[in-house]
Design a protein around this ligand. Structure first.
Ligand code: ADP
Length: 511
């Protein structure tokens, strides 16, 4: 039989799934690694840890599945975005991999925003101006670590590093490139103006390839370790975000992918690159003809975790003793409260926020509290607030990508029927929860099947994903949300100018 391996290089774990050509999971493996956070705002990984994890998970799925080397028709990759590694003249890493979560370049992204250059760069690159982007990181290194900057022969990302180790070439796909802040999404080239600003040359960046491009001839020692053939093509693939859209079948116009895991995201696929006049959305490549527009949100399920740990500690202990999920107990409590939480509103900005407000100083708040509100109202308001915030991201997306028509939703939140229904009611859209497991791995595998001609169209993913739940918006509920949303949005604008002062106070006084 024919099989395909999908590999997803994540921030804390690399995963691999071996699929048959119908997208059925045959074997799965994952391997975690350390995130180095020795200094404030630092978040790095050792690139060799990632390489070892990639080898380990691929080796494991080969071992577990007992599939023969020549039955593997391809290996296709997904990767976290925005990582940066500096390589020296001898092709050795000069730095660890600086990840998206590293904020040390904040001063330089702030400068780009303030001097107006940022808006011009965003209009060509589709990457929001933020410390996460390699653009900001390279500026930071040039100013603050000039000795490293001067020694750098190449500026690459984690996936380019893995491919370099396996095949000896520096190549980056359009998708990962489109999240660097240095790539012109309209002409598919490195942007010369940005390179001039950074004082680097095109030769210092990887060669650009399509996401469907492949390479074979893996170094024999790795072929042996993995028990695969040196003839097996490796597809360069794309970033985890856009592949997750593919892996949940959100690739048609108007089909929105909403994720609420620890963090969250709203993303929709369009057929041409588009940018947002306010610079608040990303636009990243899936293929040359499919682009994913969206916004990443810091405050997803992590806020529900805070409610559980800080407001319901006794329930947590009881739940643990009864061996049930505290989240399930809390959603049962919230279910007794009517939609709209009797007018209690919650802004979920416990961890600053990226989309929709892009304000690192943002803080959370309850608004509208009365003596009648209970802890149960607070849980429901928190769950609603997380979804209101995602809905505001959707409103921004609508301006550049048109009205949504349905939602494919994923992430830990989907374990709660109440929360799923809330998403349908607040967005006023039918929502489907796909069964697909490890959607970025599936997206990578499907892209690989397409690249190698095993399927004619990416839409073949439709038959691979399965469905666990479907929810239709409930008109009684959405009428309430329609009334509350404008208030929620107005309050969030009113609070915006106040966030910095309270954040400064907290920084100054909190030990
Ligand atoms: P990650 O994004 O880190 O991969 P998940 O997708 O598993 O994580 O999402 C974790 C979040 O899912 C938790 O923070 C919590 O908010 C939410 N969650 C987990 N279990 C439940 C549950 N039973 N009901 C509702 N929400 C849940």
């Amino acid at each position: 039989m024919d099989y395909m391996i999908g590999v997803d290089i994540g921030t804390t774990t690399t995963k691999s799934v071996l699929y048959d050509m119908k997208g059925k999971v045959v074997a799965y493996a994952n391997s975690g690694y350390q995130l180095y956070q020795d200094a404030p705002d630092m978040a790095e990984e050792d690139p060799d840890d990632i390489l070892h994890a990639v080898i380990e998970v691929m080796g494991q799925v080969m071992y577990k599945s007992k599939v023969k080397a020549d039955e593997i028709k391809g290996v296709s990759f997904s990767s976290a975005m925005h990582s940066l590694i500096l390589m020296d003249e001898a092709d050795q890493p000069l730095t660890k991999a600086i990840t998206w979560a590293d904020n040390r370049a904040a001063k330089y992204s702030d400068e780009l925003k303030d001097n107006g250059l940022g808006a011009k760069i965003y209009a060509r690159t589709g990457t929001p101006i933020h410390p996460m982007a390699p653009l900001s990181k390279i500026l930071w290194l040039r100013h603050e670590k000039p000795e490293l900057f001067k020694k750098a022969k190449k500026f690459i990302d984690l996936k380019t590093y893995v491919f370099f180790k396996l095949f000896g070439v520096y190549r980056m796909d359009y998708s990962i490139a489109s999240a660097t802040g240095m790539f012109n999404i309209f002409d598919l080239k490195w942007n010369q103006g940005v390179l001039d600003l950074l004082q680097i040359t095109e030769k210092q960046l990887p060669e650009l390839v399509e996401t469907t491009a492949s390479i074979s001839g893996i170094a024999p020692r790795f072929a042996e370790l993995l028990n695969i053939s040196t003839r097996t093509p490796f597809i360069f693939g794309a970033s985890d975000g856009v592949l997750s859209n593919l892996g949940v079948d959100a690739i048609d116009p108007g089909v929105v992918a909403v994720t609420i895991g620890t963090s969250g995201a709203v993303r929709v696929t369009v057929d041409k690159p588009v940018v947002d006049p306010d610079g608040k959305l990303f636009c990243y490549a899936l293929t040359k003809d499919k682009w994913v527009v969206g916004g990443p949100v810091n405050n997803g399920g992590i806020v529900f975790r805070w409610v559980k740990d800080q407001l319901f500690a006794p329930e947590r202990i009881t739940a643990e003793q009864m061996q049930v999920s505290t989240y399930d107990i809390l959603t049962q409590i919230a279910e007794k409260i009517p939609a709209g939480s009797d007018g209690l509103l919650f802004h979920p900005y416990l961890g600053g926020e990226r989309a929709p407000i892009w304000n690192a100083y943002a803080r959370g708040s309850f608004f509208g509290l009365t003596r009648n509100h209970t802890r149960a109202h607070m849980v429901r308001a928190a769950l609603e607030g997380i979804v209101y915030n995602l809905y505001v991201v959707m409103l921004t997306i609508e301006k550049v990508a048109g009205k949504p028509k349905s939602i494919q939703a994923t992430g830990g939140f989907a374990r709660s029927a109440l929360w799923r229904q809330m998403l349908a009611d607040i967005f006023e859209q039918p929502i489907t929860i796909p069964e697909s497991f490890e959607s970025s791995c599936l997206g990578a595998a499907v892209l690989g099947m397409y690249a190698l001609g095993y399927i004619d169209n990416l839409a073949a993913v439709k038959d691979m994903i399965g469905v666990t739940d479907v929810h239709k918006p409930n008109s009684d509920n959405f009428e309430v949300y329609r009334e509350l949303l404008p208030i929620w949005i107005r309050i969030s604008h009113l609070l915006e100018p106040e966030y910095k002062e309270i954040a400064d106070f907290q920084r100054k006084h909190t030990k």
